[in-house]
Design a protein around this ligand. Structure first.
Ligand code: FAD
Length: 443
């Protein structure tokens, strides 16, 4: 059996490792356009912000180590430029080997998503940076450490934009963040996200809401951003983080079914419309676990899980991907925000009936030192089935959202939240854990 994998990071590397564990004999070739495989995308902002000091720590696997451990044929600096489903071959453009064809029995696509660059005047400036891979990170790191950089403007208030704003502020830059809508971090509802925005402001990040960059212009050593509101901002560099788009242009003429936005269409087994071709990760359209609609959720957890499932199915195990909940978390200076399932905006947009409750318990027993306030917002339907939750606080946010995410996974109700028997001693929680409290309040 010969299996080709396109993309050597989250989904691709997971698929390759799982395949090898299932099948000792398969010939597994992993193509990666860039120099590095299996790096820690999620750690990139923290390396720029100096929380992660050693660049090597970002390289979770090297091609040599992964080859040795899993006996994989890893080809870096090798871009797959097209696929031919009739002859079951891909065309590869390789730095070392030139252009050649490679045949497959099975193909797993995990090409990911790339940062969106809007077609506005001045966008080609070298003072504008995006962040996806190690090369991007090296460029930003060089700019902030070696080029007397004192200020930055972050365009986009999603997870990457906010993480970059925090990290650049942390290394002493004057940071402004421009967000097109009225709130940061779209997976949260506005009142929850405002708490996180306040934390950014309190640390000196200047926020501009409901505004967008219309053009960029270099002014000597600096760069100027013209916003739609008429405001002009000037800084030493720009981080552009307005979202991602599937990196699937090379699949356009292959007969592979893509959505209008370019996501790869897959079924529950993560099979595409082409025989023997599977697809996973940021590049695919998935089902929203809560409402059943099609969506795209570019997160590392889903990409890794899908990579494993696609490998299982190449091996004939018939596993299914049941959809993405969008469980995610962010550190904003001292605060943590986390979310799972649908938010109120989504439920309203889809006209799904829901109830909402808020609780403001302490992170652990209030009589034990260090207890801090925590806010949980819980959304549930008429039958009590939990539809989503958001939490913001200084401590213990992660485990509360993960508890609720687990209940959602099993289609549990607010009654289940009250029944969960969770670990308790005063330094960690209360006899009635905040998750139990959210359930009681909702009952
Ligand atoms: P990728 O990991 O992007 O891998 C795709 C690879 O395919 C790329 O290396 C690309 O070079 C290669 N490729 C593309 N086309 C071709 C081709 N034609 N031929 C050969 N190779 C090709 N998610 C979280 O859940 N939590 C986080 O905290 C988090 N932080 C993030 C921070 C940053 C800065 C970034 C950029 C992402 C972050 N993510 C986070 C998102 C997460 O990294 C992605 O969801 C995940 O990496 C997607 O995996 P993937 O395999 O689909 O794509």
């Amino acid at each position: 059996k010969k299996v080709l994998i396109v993309g050597g990071v989250a989904g691709g590397a997971s698929a390759a490792a799982r395949l090898r564990r299932l099948d000792e004999d398969a010939h597994i070739v992993m193509f990666e356009r860039d120099e590095y495989i299996s790096f820690a995308n999620c750690g990139l902002p923290y390396y720029i912000g100096d929380s992660i000091k050693d660049r090597n720590k970002l390289l979770v696997q090297t091609p040599e180590a992964m080859h040795k451990r899993f006996n994989l044929d890893i080809r870096t600096q090798s871009e797959v430029t097209s696929i031919d489903p009739i002859s079951k071959t891909v065309t590869v453009s390789s730095k070392e080997r030139g252009i050649y064809a490679e045949s497959y029995d099975f193909l797993i696509l995990s090409p990911g998503a790339k940062p969106i660059r809007p077609a506005v005047p001045g966008i080609e400036s070298t003072k504008i940076y995006t962040l996806r891979n190690i090369a991007d990170t090296d460029r930003v790191k060089k700019r902030v450490t070696e080029m007397n950089t004192k200020s930055a403007i972050v365009i986009g208030g999603g997870f990457i934009g906010v993480e970059m704003a925090e990290n650049l502020n942390g290394i002493g830059l004057e940071v402004s963040l421009v967000q097109s809508g009225p709130q940061l971090l779209a997976p949260f509802d506005i009142e929850m996200s405002h708490v996180l925005a306040k934390e950014l402001e309190q640390h000196g990040v200047n926020l501009f809401f409901s505004d967008r960059a219309q053009s960029f212009k270099e002014t000597g050593e600096q760069i100027q951003v013209q916003l739609a509101s008429g405001v002009t901002l000037v800084s030493d560099m720009i981080i552009l983080a307005i979202g991602v788009t599937p990196d699937t242009a090379f699949l356009r003429d292959s007969g592979l079914e893509l959505t209008p936005k370019g996501h790869i269409v897959v079924n529950e087994q993560l099979e595409t419309n082409l025989d023997g071709v599977f697809a996973v990760g940021d590049a695919v359209e998935v089902m929203d676990f809560i409402n059943g609609n099609k969506t795209a959720i570019p997160l590392a957890g889903p990409a890794n899980k899908q990579g494993r499932i696609a490998a299982d199915n190449v091996f004939g195990l018939g596993m299914t991907y049941k959809g993405a909940q969008g469980t995610s978390i962010i550190k904003v200076f001292g605060l943590t925000g986390a979310v799972t399932g649908n938010n109120e905006k989504t439920l309203q947009r889809l006209a799904i009936p829901y109830h909402v409750t808020y609780v403001h318990p302490s992170s652990h027993a209030s009589y034990y030192p260090g207890a801090t306030p925590l806010t949980i917002k819980l959304l549930f339907d008429n039958a009590g089935t939990v539809l989503g939750a958001q939490a913001v606080g200084f401590d213990g946010v992660d485990k509360r959202i993960d508890d609720i995410a687990t209940v959602i996974h099993f289609r549990g109700t607010v009654n289940d939240l009250t029944e969960l028997e969770l670990s308790y001693a005063p330094p960690y929680s209360s006899a009635k854990d905040p998750v139990n409290m959210a359930g009681y309040t909702a009952q």
